[in-house]
Design a protein around this ligand. Structure first.
Ligand SMILES: [Fe+2]
Length: 313
């Protein structure tokens, strides 16, 4: 394929439509894409761990790491909320939660990348009324060994774009789903050096597109600003002339797929399920196994087998 391929011609060739797949009972699903043409890339996408110092949850994340390793993925991607409750805590209060998460991350054998979630913004608004942390992203960066919370890299001809989808707010809802102007400018730069047919995968915490609220609250329900990316159409518009095949998103703790104009938006369930109290809207504690092939994506949501203690259900 040449760089002259446009998004319109891609959509025509793919027969683009809008589809919602929200049934975790679908054992395995696949759909067509225009891949990189360089072979098979196996991904694991896991999100919303909400790690804590509770030993039962440490057992769960150990089980999850083992199940992730059993997939023998080439690349493992994490969608944020690595720890639980950092937003209103102070750094000293969450050290054991980071220990629980980093032990899981170290146990994962494959190349591994993560984006920041709202719970990872440590000290953004301390509950004890003390001064907010000067940089609520500092603990995330320190534990992940990264200098900033957005990045890009290539793997087997796919271009991965990792975004920070959070903006701290003084409003009662405390934070917005938001992709900053700095990142939008950076995305423009990245895409200016990206051939229009090169397949792109975006990873972020807050959903860029979801049917969750229409499905659970009613068709006219308006999602709160801290549940979705507010400026989603602006962000998606940046990719309009490119081959954005997949968006991996977290935060909602349900497993869901939405297809829109040639892009599939996968909401990745949660390692912690219903915040460690069982399943959430029929999504068990689990993660996604994704295979990118030259002509299609295969996707499966995998229950890694942990069961919430009865008294927590
Ligand atoms: Fe979240």
């Amino acid at each position: 394929m040449t760089g002259a391929c446009t998004r319109r011609s891609l959509l025509k060739s793919l027969g683009a439509a809008s589809t919602l797949i929200a049934s975790p009972a679908l054992a395995r699903t696949s759909w067509r894409i225009r891949g990189s043409g360089r072979g098979v890339l196996r991904l694991v996408f896991y999100t919303d761990i909400h790690a804590s110092a509770d030993p039962r949850r440490s057992d769960a994340v150990t089980m999850a790491a083992g199940a992730i390793n059993a997939q023998k993925a080439d690349l493992v991607l994490c969608g944020g909320d690595l720890i639980h409750g950092g937003f209103d805590a102070r750094p000293d209060d969450v050290a054991a939660r980071w220990d629980a998460y980093t032990s899981m991350a170290r146990a994962i054998g494959a190349e591994h990348h993560a984006v920041v979630g709202n719970h990872d913004l440590v000290g953004a608004q301390p509950g004890d009324g003390s001064e907010p942390a000067p940089d609520p992203r500092l603990e995330f960066k320190r534990h992940l060994g990264v200098s900033r919370t957005f990045d890009t890299f290539d793997a087997l001809g796919y271009r991965f774009v990792l975004l920070d989808s959070l903006r701290i707010s003084d409003a009662p809802h405390m934070y917005d789903g938001w992709v900053s102007s700095e990142q939008r400018e950076w995305i423009r730069e990245v895409l200016s050096g990206t051939p229009s047919d090169q397949p792109i995968v975006v990873l972020l915490h807050m959903p860029l597109l979801t049917a969750f609220f229409a499905a659970t609250k009613g068709a006219t329900f308006q999602a709160q600003p801290n549940r979705v990316v507010i400026n989603n159409t602006e962000v998606l518009g940046l990719f309009a002339d490119h081959n954005l095949v997949l968006v991996l998103q977290g935060h909602l703790h349900v497993s869901e797929a939405v297809q829109w104009r040639g892009t599939t938006f996968l909401t990745g369930g949660a390692i912690c399920g219903n915040w460690w109290r069982g399943s959430f809207f029929d999504t068990a504690e689990g993660f996604s196994a994704i295979t990118l092939r030259d002509d299609r994506i295969e996707w499966e949501y995998i229950d890694y087998g942990w069961t919430a203690p009865r008294h927590e259900e």
